[in-house]
Ligand binder design. Structure first.
Ligand SMILES: [Zn+2]
Length: 370
């Protein structure tokens, strides 16, 4: 490519504002591609990562400043490395799975990339000491015009899936992978705790796509609950979080309980409510935590043992799961029309972050576009 530099919104200091800089163009490597970014997600946790993670979670590495943030990127492949020979070519529309793995640790060699000891989110944060080196190899995020990515991290987008909608794949995929780990089957019932938030709306459309017969979705905001129910009024039952949720679910399932609970409430989730929700699970049911409540959860182990219930933790998703989502969306099975996109150019990243404060629940999808 003839371009020597590109524009990127970069953070120069914690607590500072983003600044658009001219930076050198990424260089192609053998097994990588260069993607011209079209849209990048601005997700609710990003302000925390930018401003507070260094203090709150010093064991989670961040990219050196000045840094290009931007987690969920979509765009067009403009160059492929010499050893990218199959299936990926310039002109392809893609979502870039930002989850980078080292390729050589025991988990990576087992094909279990998400459990890589150096797992690292491009444009976001890393999980292990090895992430420091991965950030040096992949210092770009979606708030720059171009980025490099391993070819193995690409999800090919059908023509009818927009760049803006696919920039939402991170939270949708987190929910999708959680429901898959819970072995949700068509015809089953699922409780989505925190159904109207960013994770919860993704969990709802995934559970519908996977054939859930009945979805019990909890939330606090009645307007958001009504909007959620309108996606599939016959299959979604909304419940206001008021302490009576478990009894109501048990009543509506004739005392049986739900097959799957996906816990989508965030860091500040109410402990009592989360602990109580497990009582809504049927014998043998699976509770998947994707929300990351900060406080410890008191668990009734006798309930788990005698009723064979499981509690799983789930993080992110595989590129294969991302591709399945893209194909389901392309086929109209996964309904991405529920999102309300708000687009900002790269010289307005700070405004995009501020807009997070005034979202229409999980329906709002804030993106930086190029
Ligand atoms: Zn690894």
């Amino acid at each position: 490519m003839s371009k020597i530099t590109m524009r990127a919104a970069r953070l120069h200091e914690r607590g500072g504002l983003f600044q658009v800089d001219e930076v050198p163009m990424p260089e192609i490597r053998d097994t990588d591609v260069i993607v011209q970014v079209k849209a990048a997600g601005v997700i609710p946790n990003l302000p925390n990562v930018i401003q507070h993670f260094a203090e709150w979670f010093p064991f989670l590495p961040l990219a050196d400043l000045p840094a290009v943030y931007g987690l969920d990127s979509t765009g067009i492949v403009v160059a492929v490395g010499d050893r990218v020979r199959q299936d990926i070519k310039p002109g392809d529309r893609v979502y870039v799975n930002p989850g980078l793995s080292c390729g050589s640790c025991r988990a990576c060699r087992a094909g279990d990339d998400v459990n890589c000891t150096a797992y690292t989110f491009m444009g976001y944060f890393g999980f292990g000491p090895g992430s420091v080196e991965i950030f040096k190899d992949y210092p770009y995020g979606g708030f720059g015009e171009y980025l490099t990515a391993p070819a193995r991290n690409l999800v090919k987008l059908p023509d009818n899936v927009s760049y803006e909608a696919a920039a939402r794949f991170g939270y949708i995929g987190t929910a999708y992978s959680g429901l898959r780990k819970a072995n949700l089957q068509a015809g089953q019932t699922v409780m989505i705790d925190g159904g109207t938030g960013t994770l919860g709306v993704g969990a709802t459309i995934c559970a519908l796509a996977m054939g859930a017969a009945k979805i019990f979705a909890t939330g606090r905001n009645k307007e958001h609950l009504a909007q959620l129910k309108s996606i599939a009024p016959d299959r979604i039952q909304t419940l206001v979080m008021d302490g009576g949720v478990v009894d109501e679910i048990l009543r509506q399932t004739q005392g049986f309980g739900v097959d799957v609970i996906i816990q989508c409430l965030g860091a500040n989730a109410p402990v009592d409510s989360v602990a109580a929700s497990i009582k809504a699970l049927r014998r043998g049911g699976i509770h998947v935590n994707t929300g990351g409540m900060v406080l410890p959860l008191p668990v009734d182990l006798v309930d788990l043992m005698t009723r064979q219930k499981s509690i799983l933790g789930s993080l992110w998703f595989t590129t294969a799961e991302g591709q399945a989502m893209a194909d389901m969306a392309g086929a109209g099975v996964l309904n991405l029309d529920v999102f309300e996109h708000q687009s900002f150019p790269i010289n307005k990243v700070d405004e995009a972050l501020a807009a997070l404060e005034d979202r229409n629940g999980g329906f709002t999808n804030i993106v930086v576009v190029h």
